[in-house]
Ligand binder design. Structure first.
Ligand code: CA
Ligand code: CA
Ligand code: ZN
Length: 672
């Protein structure tokens, strides 16, 4: 039975077995087996072979010895991404190791980052997401000649293996970049922290990018669009950012400081500006930033160049995987501006015949691209579908409606949105490897609105009509709306229903809706988005109110002419008013249709001028017809000619009087 006693030197001892026959097993010391160029190259090709869909090897250049035909060492890059052979519009990040020949753990760290990304793809949601959403270029070994020389002949070798003009060997590759923004086309190359003496450990070379190894990195950087670069060196337990050539800070210092501290928080290293260690010129991160606008970070890992014990090397590797993953993630928005999608997931949602609406609140410092918000969903493990979500007016909530799904369906879903800087955000964060889900049920904590609506089939359009509905689970965010469309006239009406009490709602259709058939239906909107709708039903609008007379008059114009005036109103306008008159004591009854086109009246006032043969008294009456009703003026009128010629001034007075009467009638006759 194990006692559980473990040594704190796990590489030196294994747990002791208890009992009379217990045996102490001493494990031999395990030395870490640092890989040389050909082993690292084989490891990269091995990753490509094992993971061909998400990794691809690129030969990006030759070592100096290969350019001279002295060896066959390439600078090898491994691209890790989904659809790896294509160039997708995904944030790009570069991770490089071992510029300096003796910094052996650094190529192992970078190789392990590649292995971690590819081996865990499909198993780890975050890593799967990073591989899907980034293009990650990994170069574990910038200095292959130097590493092989250090492993075989001189473990303290630092530079590459160029044969210099004075017979000495090597250029310090991390002094051979240009870099900086000091206005000099060579950048700060060749300045402080470097030497022009070829025998120096920090010999900068004869000119910037004189070395094929730095040229390979330069050409990769110029061909890509890296947002973030991580350059692994040893040692010192530091995370550093530009500048190294000056104590001045960069224009992006706030971002670099913030990200540098985030990275260092994960490996426990000290975060500082590169110049803080010692001034350097022509190093990689100054050129990445100054020459290619990359947020570049130099990691000085561990506490020695060649830790011997496997456990120590594995610990250094392990502590640098998390910051590397964070750097890959931050490449998606290195300004790290706030951008959130919030959504309340519930495990059960009630069935509805019109599908289930889902909402999410999306906010972004730089503003949300409102057309970018998408809902991805999968039913019962099927293929993913995607639908656009619409923004409700007045807030940041977006709605999308799933199709009708049977009870028992399991729905998985996630949201995707972009901000105005084209940074992309998902909810859950590493969707679709993390998703929300629910089951469609008839019973559940969700309480969708339940509506009972019995639309009327016919109304009297001459008066206002109250329409009732009953709705359960209506929240303050919801609104019940009556919709009416008269297709033949193009008339439309939307009426908000008022909450009366309990589940009771009421809406008023005003008088005056066009006669005939209209469609009437009820919707429920939540924050401006329709969440429920009744089917349109046919509504017959008729006029059930007869025309009404309010006044009439007859005025002599001259010896044979009478102006007849009547006020008659109806909800839909009088279709026809008929004047019937005859001379008292003889003559046939005659009638005149008083229609607007022939008369002179408007808005309920009807007027017609009639010439009558003689001077006998006249009797008259009116009848009005609307579309369904007719009505008679309840009294008849009579008129007696005045047998004298009317003076001209009296005629003027008469016209004034008629006008006054008309105005009086008009004011009574106007519809509300
Ligand atoms: Ca090559
Ligand atoms: Ca990709
Ligand atoms: Zn170094």
């Amino acid at each position: 039975m194990p006692l559980g006693i473990a040594s704190d030197r796990t590489d030196a001892a294994v747990p002791i077995e208890a009992g009379a026959d217990s045996l102490v097993i001493q494990a031999p010391p395990v030395y870490y087996d640092y890989r040389n160029h050909s082993e690292i190259k084989a490891a990269l090709y091995g990753i490509e072979t094992s993971h061909p869909l998400i990794s691809k090897v690129y030969d990006i250049g030759d070592s100096w010895e290969k350019t001279q035909g002295l060896a066959d060492r390439d600078i090898i890059a491994l691209k890790v991404s989904d659809k790896v052979s294509g160039d997708e519009d995904e944030p790009e990040v570069m991770i490089v190791g071992l510029h300096h020949a003796r910094e052996w753990p650094t190529s192992e760290i970078v190789l392990e980052i590649a292995k971690n990304l590819t081996d865990n793809y499909g198993n780890d949601s975050r890593i799967s997401w990073l591989v899907d959403n980034r293009e990650i270029w990994i170069v574990p070994l910038v200095n292959p000649d130097g590493l092989d020389y250090a492993l075989q002949y001189d473990e303290w070798w630092r530079k590459n293996r160029r044969l210099n003009y004075d017979g000495t060997y090597g250029v310090d590759l991390n002094r051979n970049y240009a870099g900086s923004m000091n206005g000099d086309p060579e950048g700060a190359w060749g300045g402080a922290g470097s030497s022009h003496d070829p025998s120096s450990e920090v010999y900068c070379g004869e000119f910037p990018f004189s070395e094929p190894e730095t040229q390979a990195i330069r050409d990769l950087v110029l061909a890509r669009d890296f947002e973030i670069a991580l350059d692994f060196h040893s040692y010192g337990e530091l995370v550093m950012w530009p500048w190294g050539y000056t104590t001045e800070v960069t224009p992006d210092d706030a971002d670099l400081v913030r990200i540098g501290n985030e990275l260092a928080a994960l490996n426990g290293y000290t975060a500082e500006q590169s110049v803080g260690l010692y001034p350097t010129t022509g190093d990689s991160i100054d050129w990445h930033y100054g020459g290619a606008d990359i947020y570049a970070f130099c990691f000085e890992v561990g506490r020695e160049f060649h830790p011997d014990w496997t456990s120590d090397v594995l610990a250094i590797i392990a502590e640098n995987i998390p910051p590397a993953l964070l750097g890959i993630e931050i490449a998606g928005d290195r300004e790290e501006r706030a951008f959130d999608i919030s959504h309340e997931a519930v495990p059960l949602r009630n069935y509805t015949a019109i599908g289930i609406a889902l909402n999410a609140t999306v906010t972004a410092d730089r503003g949300v691209d409102t057309s970018s918000v998408r809902l991805h969903f999968s039913v019962d493990g099927g293929a993913w579908s995607v639908l656009s979500m619409s923004l409700s007016s007045g807030n940041d909530t977006y709605f999308g409606r799933l199709p009708e799904l049977p009870v028992g369906s399991i729905v998985e879903y996630y949201f995707v949105a972009s901000d105005l800087a084209e940074a992309e955000r998902m909810a859950p964060l590493y969707a679709p490897y993390e998703v929300f889900s629910f089951m469609v049920t008839e019973e559940g904590p969700a309480s969708p609105v339940e509506v009972t609506f019995s639309p009327p089939s016919e109304i009297d359009g001459s008066v206002s009509n109250t329409v009732a509905a009953h709705a359960h689970n209506v929240t303050a965010d919801m609104e019940l709306l009556l919709h009416l469309v008269n297709a033949s006239s193009g008339y439309t009406l939307d009426v908000a229903m008022e909450h009366i009490a309990g589940d009771d709602f009421s809406g008023v259709l005003p008088a005056g809706i066009p006669l005939g058939e209209s469609d009437l239906w009820l919707t429920v909107e939540e924050l401006g988005i329709e969440i429920w709708s009744s089917a349109p039903s046919l509504l017959m609008v008729s006029d059930q109110t007869a025309p009404a007379f309010s006044a009439h008059d007859a005025v002599q114009l001259d010896q044979t002419t009478v102006v007849f005036t009547v006020n008659c109103s109806d909800t839909y306008g009088v279709v026809l008013v008929v004047l019937t008159y005859r001379e008292v004591g003889g003559g046939p009854a005659q009638s005149v249709d008083m229609v607007l086109a022939e008369g002179t009246s408007t808005d309920g006032m009807w007027s017609v001028t009639v010439t009558i043969g003689g001077s006998d008294p006249v009797e008259y009456s009116y009848r009005a017809h609307d579309n369904v009703q007719s009505a008679d003026l309840p009294e008849t009128g009579s008129f007696l000619f005045t047998p004298v010629e009317i003076p001209e001034f009296s005629l003027v007075l008469l016209v004034v009087a008629v006008t006054a009467l008309s105005v009086a009638m008009l004011s009574r006759a106007r519809r509300p």
